[in-house]
Design a protein around this ligand. Structure first.
Ligand code: S3P
Length: 174
């Protein structure tokens, strides 16, 4: 088998775009293990992400995020969902782009903002920001996510359809 076909698949994109939901579906279809990086970090600390930010601080969270991701993305045949801020770290980008297959899940800001109320409580990065500040962050992050192997636009499609489309693309691209 071609080595590239065994590479782990890594989902990136802004908070709340559906990395975990879609990642799980893709993993199921490919018969691979799915790992949510935030959940791994939460297990290690025994705390939710927002608690880690409050009690230990974002800097420690980012360090842990880097070590968890760099060790996992070099493993074969996994599907990983990264936290939306992970790709801001150059080392994470570098290792994921060379060792794994990176899929950027994109969503328009207009559709994304409909989801704010469902996600804000568990996302410390969004808290205390105005909608304009969040919008600015959203667009700033798009530049970082432009480092990928495949971009999938998720507007107006359900997760199952998106997962199927990804599987089709992977058979051509990987
Ligand atoms: C973050 C995104 C979150 C989580 C943490 C920080 C960010 O993950 O890692 O709250 O900086 O964008 P999701 O993208 O899964 O929400």
């Amino acid at each position: 088998m071609n080595n590239d076909r065994e590479k782990s698949i890594v989902f990136i994109g802004f908070m709340g775009v559906g990395k975990t939901t879609i990642g799980k579906l893709v993993a199921e279809k490919l018969n691979r293990e799915f790992i949510d990086i935030d959940e791994e970090i939460e297990k290690e600390y025994g705390m939710k992400v927002s608690e880690i930010f409050n009690k230990i601080g974002e800097r420690s969270f980012r360090e842990k995020e880097k070590s968890v991701i760099t060790s996992l993305c070099e493993q074969k045949n996994k599907v990983l969902s990264l936290g939306g801020g992970a790709f801001l770290q150059r080392e994470i980008r570098k290792v994921c782009l060379s060792a794994s297959f990176v899929i950027f899940l994109d969503l328009s800001f207009d559709n994304w903002k409909e989801r704010i109320s469902q996600i804000i409580e568990s996302r410390p990065i969004l808290q205390g920001k105005s909608i304009d500040e969040i919008k600015e962050l959203f667009y700033k992050r798009q530049e970082i996510y432009s480092n990928h192997h495949l971009k999938v636009i998720t507007d107006n499609q359900d997760p199952e359809e998106i997962a199927k489309l990804i599987i089709n693309k992977l058979t051509i691209l990987m």
